[in-house]
Write a protein that binds this ligand. Structure first.
Ligand SMILES: [Zn+2]
Length: 179
C-alpha cells in the first residue's frame, strides 16, 4: 500500500502540490520528494486512492472488517490525510459486509418516530374517556377526561352527563382545549 501512495506522490503533480496547502494547518514534512506527517505517509490523491487505502486496512483477511475506530487506528499507523477519520467512518458505514454481519446485541429499539410540528404542540392528539356512574353532583354524573397523548401527558377533566351527545362533546372540546 505504501508503494502505491508513494508512487502516486511521485507521478501525480497534484498529489505533490496538494500537501503544501495542508502545511498551513498541519505539520507536514517533505523527505526525498515524499510528503510525510511524522512517520505516516500522506495520501494526497483523490477519493479513489483514499478508498483503496481504507480498503487495504479494512478488508484485509487478517483483520476481518474491524469497526470504525479500529480501521482508523490501523490506517493511521501508516498513513495520514485530512478528514481521514470522517472518510473511514463513511467507508465502514457503507461496507456491505459490515452491514450484513452487524450483530444486534442490545434490545430492539423502537422505530424512530417522525416528530412533526403538530405533534409537538400539546393536545394535538388526545385520548378521551368517560368516568361514569358517579354520584349526581348538581346536574353532572360523569366526567369526561381528555389526555394529551403526545408531549405533555396532561389531562383535563370536564364534568358532564352520561347521556352526552357527540355534538356536546365536540362543544366541550372546543371550549376547553381551543378557547
Ligand atoms: Zn467491512
Amino acid at each position: 500500500m505504501q508503494d502505491l501512495v508513494e508512487r502516486d506522490q511521485q507521478e501525480n503533480k497534484a498529489s505533490q502540490e496538494r500537501p503544501r496547502k495542508w502545511t498551513n494547518t498541519h505539520q507536514l514534512i517533505k523527505l526525498n520528494l515524499i510528503w510525510w506527517k511524522d512517520n505516516q505517509i500522506i495520501v494526497a490523491r483523490d477519493n479513489d486512492l483514499k478508498r483503496g487505502v481504507i480498503h487495504s486496512f479494512h478488508n484485509k483477511p487478517s483483520t476481518r472488517h474491524p469497526g470504525i475506530s479500529n480501521t482508523y487506528r490501523l490506517a493511521r499507523w501508516d498513513t495520514w490525510w485530512p478528514n481521514m477519520k470522517q472518510n473511514i467512518k463513511q467507508y465502514v458505514k457503507g461496507c456491505a459486509t459490515c452491514q450484513a454481519n452487524k450483530v444486534n446485541t442490545g434490545p430492539l429499539k423502537p422505530a424512530m418516530i417522525l416528530i412533526t410540528l403538530e405533534h409537538t404542540l400539546p393536545f394535538q392528539t388526545v385520548a378521551m374517556d368517560f368516568i361514569t356512574k358517579l354520584p349526581q353532583s348538581r346536574k353532572y354524573n360523569t366526567i369526561l377526561t381528555i389526555m394529551d397523548h403526545d408531549c405533555s401527558k396532561a389531562a383535563i377533566f370536564i364534568p358532564c352527563q352520561e347521556a352526552i351527545s357527540m355534538e356536546e362533546v365536540t362543544r366541550l372540546l372546543l371550549k376547553y382545549l381551543y378557547p
